[in-house]
Design a protein around this ligand. Structure first.
Ligand code: FES
Ligand code: FES
Length: 160
């Protein structure tokens, strides 16, 4: 239902159904952060370059800053908040902690979602260091120099 600049949409967010009146001009990142308080994802560049806002929509990794909230109608969204279960970090989150792959942490929620998506997609397949780099090429980190992140990703694949 449209009402001026607003429309009623429904989606599942981290396994919970939500019905929401959204501003059709807002990105999914804005709606998740401002309207739903899911501030794990970060608004970095705002133009699809840095990956800090990465979330999964129907199991596809997207930059939520350039994805209209409207497009999420009827879809399943996963954000970093949904990855820990029963108070325990996911395997990917734990690998990032264990490998010291987090410094300021601004890029981390986006990386966690990119790695989670990658690990789920490459289950049972042989993965090269080049595949890992390519799958994370849309996520930028200004602090770590990437090596610890790549080690955490390798560990996430091994432990899956
Ligand atoms: S904030 Fe979305 S890609 Fe940078
Ligand atoms: S840890 Fe600071 S930007 Fe990645």
């Amino acid at each position: 239902m449209t009402d001026g600049h607003f429309r009623q949409i429904s989606f599942t967010i981290n396994d919970r159904e939500r019905r929401l009146r959204v501003d059709i001009r807002k990105s999914l990142a804005e709606v998740l952060r401002e309207d739903l308080g899911l501030i794990g994802l970060k608004q970095g560049c705002g133009v699809g370059e840095c990956g800090a806002c990465s979330v999964m929509v129907d199991d596809v990794l997207v930059d939520s800053c350039i994805y209209l909230a409207l497009w999420a109608d009827g879809k399943q969204i996963r954000t970093v908040e949904g990855e820990a279960r029963d108070g325990k970090p996911s395997k990917v989150q734990q690998a990032y902690v264990d490998e010291g792959a987090v410094q300021c942490g601004f890029c981390t929620p986006g990386f966690i979602m990119a790695t989670t998506s990658f690990v789920e997609k490459c289950k049972g397949k042989n993965v090269s260091p080049g595949d890992i780099r390519k799958a994370h090429a849309g996520n930028l980190c200004r602090c770590t120099g990437y090596q610890n992140i790549f080690t955490a990703i390798e560990k996430s694949i091994e432990s899956d």
